[in-house]
Write a protein that binds this ligand. Structure first.
Ligand code: CMC
Length: 428
């Protein structure tokens, strides 16, 4: 076994740490005994050099622009499988055969309704509440419905929790949307596909005929596949950390939704559309790019850059293709011209080249959603539906780890030295 030697230059003490070899990727130094044997912690804000866990679910290579779920390249999954097959793969580790696929799909359909008293929760929200705030609250409320009889140490209980969550997310998402526009909630239909049902629940009205557009249905399915997992991103790490305390899994997933909401994570697709609308016209692009490059402006080119992908984001390539297919069917959106021109400029500008900033998954997904008439406030909600498959798969992997422990990072304390509490009248 390879080891790395740590030497303390002050007292000459030496400690050897084993190096763990991954299937792919950089070797990982196991520093688990560093504190005990050496008396030191490590400091790594933003986890720039730290693997927080072992995982068998997803691998991504930022330099090569590769993404695989359970070893299968994302390009093949997006082309040959539907989203529910991908969910099955993430959860169970293998792709389903025809019989298992059918059983899984039936099970998802069986769980797609939400209780009426949960529906009534929506009445407590203002019509202008952000759908992510509603979704976070309603998903965490599921813990109140499924707690006492849920044994997270039981395999079947974990799996039914996973299927229930995947099944209910589109119903909750559509209910958030309907509430925000003051329309009556639409109940799921068992004869529709996963994404067809979501579109139906969002856009149909009681008493009116609604036909699911197959181009929209397939585009959503591919988008969901691409967003289903992305190894230890901020929201997934949050779900793992929250879940490590043994908390109710619905509460852990709600914590993931909270994390996803931020503009540096899942909120980026919403930010991209707002940015394109602000730019308005191709003639304003040069001025905008100049602002992005000005460090004092605080403006970023949203939908560009990624913590891990440093050559290209493979999901962005697939999404760009889907975007063209959707616009061919629905008609042109001038925002696509803006996005393509921005991409062209950024890919030839030294500022972006030197910093290895390429379009990420969110650069084109917003244009697709927007063309499908999904309002910007709902973009991150769409992301959350898809990512639920990844979150719950990671939660299961974490909870079933041998010697599973509560996550408890340490810190570098740089606050005040010890001091005595002054009486009230002596304080500033
Ligand atoms: N526009 C302009 N400059 C950028 C951008 C950007 N989008 N992203 C990074 N930079 C610059 C940054 O200013 C810094 O420059 P310098 O070295 O001169 O200080 C350098 O590139 C490195 O940036 P960083 O913030 O240290 O990089 P990071 O790895 O911490 O951040 C990121 C990754 C995704 C948060 C960031 O690239 C960003 O804010 N992008 C825009 C938001 C976005 O599209 N997010 C979606 C991410 S993909 C979906 C998901 O996984 O949730």
């Amino acid at each position: 076994m390879t080891t790395i030697t740590f030497k303390n230059d002050v007292n000459g003490k030496v400690a050897q740490m084993p190096v763990l070899e991954p299937t792919y990727g950089a070797p990982v130094v196991d520093i688990g005994k560093l504190a005990k044997e050496f008396g030191y912690f490590t400091y790594d804000p933003g986890f720039m050099s730290t693997a927080s866990c072992q995982s068998t679910i997803t691998y991504l290579d930022g330099d090569k622009g590769e993404l695989m779920y359970r070893g299968y390249p994302i390009e093949q999954l997006a082309e040959q499988c539907n989203f529910l097959e991908v969910c099955y793969l993430l959860l169970y580790g293998e792709l389903p055969n025809a019989e298992k696929k059918q059983i899984f799909e039936t099970s998802i359909t069986r769980h797609n309704r939400i209780r009426e008293n949960l529906r009534r929760f929506f009445n407590g929200f203002n019509h202008d509440a952000h759908p992510m705030a509603m979704m976070m609250a309603v998903v965490s409320s599921l813990s109140a419905f499924f707690h006492d009889r849920l044994n997270i140490q039981d395999y079947e209980d974990r799996m039914v929790t996973a299927r229930r969550l995947i099944a209910k997310m589109p119903t909750i998402a559509a209910a958030c949307y309907k509430h925000s526009i003051g329309d009556p909630a639409i109940y799921p239909r068992d004869d529709l596909s996963y994404t067809g049902n979501l579109l139906y629940m969002m856009f149909s009205l009681p008493g009116k005929r609604y036909e699911v557009n197959p181009v929209a249905e397939r585009a959503m399915d591919v988008l969901f596949t691409l967003h289903a997992d992305h190894e230890q991103n901020a929201s997934t790490s949050t779900v793992r950390l929250a879940g490590s305390s043994g908390t109710n899994p619905y509460a852990a997933i709600a914590a993931g939704i909270a994390t996803l909401w931020g503009p540096a994570h899942g909120g980026a697709n919403e930010a991209v559309i707002r940015m394109l609308d602000r730019i308005g016209e191709v003639s304003n692009i040069d001025h905008f790019i100049a602002k992005v490059k000005d460090k004092n402006s605080g403006v970023r080119l949203m939908g560009f850059g990624h913590r891990v992908y440093k050559s290209f984001d493979p999901r962005a390539k697939i999404i760009k293709e889907v975007c063209h297919q959707v616009l061919d069917s629905y008609g042109h959106d001038p925002r696509l011209d803006l996005a393509m021109r921005l991409e062209e400029i950024a890919l030839s500008d030294p500022y972006f080249i030197e910093r290895k900033l390429y379009p990420n998954v969110d650069f084109y997904s917003g244009i697709i959603y927007s063309t499908l008439k999904i309002p910007v406030e709902m973009f991150t909600v769409m992301f959350a539906i898809a990512r639920t498959a990844g979150w719950i798969s990671h939660w299961i992997e974490m909870i079933t780890e041998k010697d599973q422990k509560i996550g408890r990072p340490r810190q570098l304390y740089v606050g005040a030295s010890r001091r005595d509490v002054p009486p009230l009248n002596e304080r500033n």
